[in-house]
Design a protein around this ligand. Structure first.
Ligand SMILES: N[C@@H](CCC(=O)N[C@@H](CS)C(=O)NCC(=O)O)C(=O)O
Length: 220
């Protein structure tokens, strides 16, 4: 495909759940970008120049606007084009979804990190954090016993924003996760991670260098 130079640029890291949610929103909103795959221990100067905090994802629009928070990237992309109604779910609204995402990003993420990476948190008890993180999953299970997705019968913003983190939680000990009484969450996670959007969001890109050929996202 020919590559148009005036696309937004997305600094991304394949395995980062924040970058995953941004890529999912770009796919759902049919937004085309140039993707620059970042190696976190060798962050490119162009990323630091765009956003001094230099976390991924970062989206740089053709007019120079920088969006360096994943949820803001999602809201921007879906605000441009929302063909599946991701911002207006049947059983809720954008604010309710953002509230649940905030809980994911604070409390759940806090315990998830301490469960998944015990070596980074010496003195912390991983199982205690698994139990605490599990309370958020139980909260999701209550929603998913009534609906296929968190805010109704269709996947919306909250689903694609939260699923990458629950995927990490599940992946830390798959057998344990599968043995929990969370059938709604297990089916929901399988549905999202098995979707063609998720498979496209996880396409592998080579690490970006300033002289590299621009890489187009979503992949063909
Ligand atoms: N609040 C930010 C968090 C992004 C974030 O923490 N990303 C991680 C990777 S998953 C990162 O870039 N960390 C910086 C580093 O590891 O140097 C967002 O939602 O975009």
């Amino acid at each position: 495909m020919t590559f148009e130079g005036r696309l937004p640029v997305l600094y991304s890291f394949r395995r980062c759940p924040y970058a995953m949610r941004a890529r999912l929103a770009l796919i759902v909103s049919e937004t085309h970008v140039e993707l620059r795959e970042v190696i976190l221990r060798e962050k490119p100067a162009a990323l630091r120049e765009a956003s001094p905090k230099a976390t991924v994802p970062v989206l740089v629009l053709p007019d120079g606007t920088v969006i360096d928070e994943s949820l803001e990237i999602m809201l921007w992309a879906l605000g441009q084009n929302d063909p599946t109604g991701s911002l207006s779910p049947r059983d809720g609204n954008r604010d309710r979804m953002v509230e649940l995402v905030a809980l994911n990003d604070t409390d759940f993420k806090y315990h998830l990190d301490r469960y998944k990476y015990p070596q980074r948190y010496p003195g912390e008890h991983a199982e205690t954090h698994r139990t605490a993180a599990g309370r958020f999953v139980t909260n999701l299970e209550e929603r998913l016993s009534a609906n296929t997705y968190l805010f109704g019968p269709d996947a919306a913003l909250a689903d694609i924003a939260i699923a990458p983190f629950v995927r990490q939680f599940a992946g830390a000990d798959e057998a344990w996760f599968a043995a929990q009484a969370w059938p709604g969450v297990q089916a929901w996670l399988a549905s999202i991670t098995g979707s063609s959007a998720f498979v496209r969001a996880m396409h592998k890109y080579p690490a970006w260098r300033p002289d590299a050929t621009p890489q187009h996202f979503p992949p063909d």
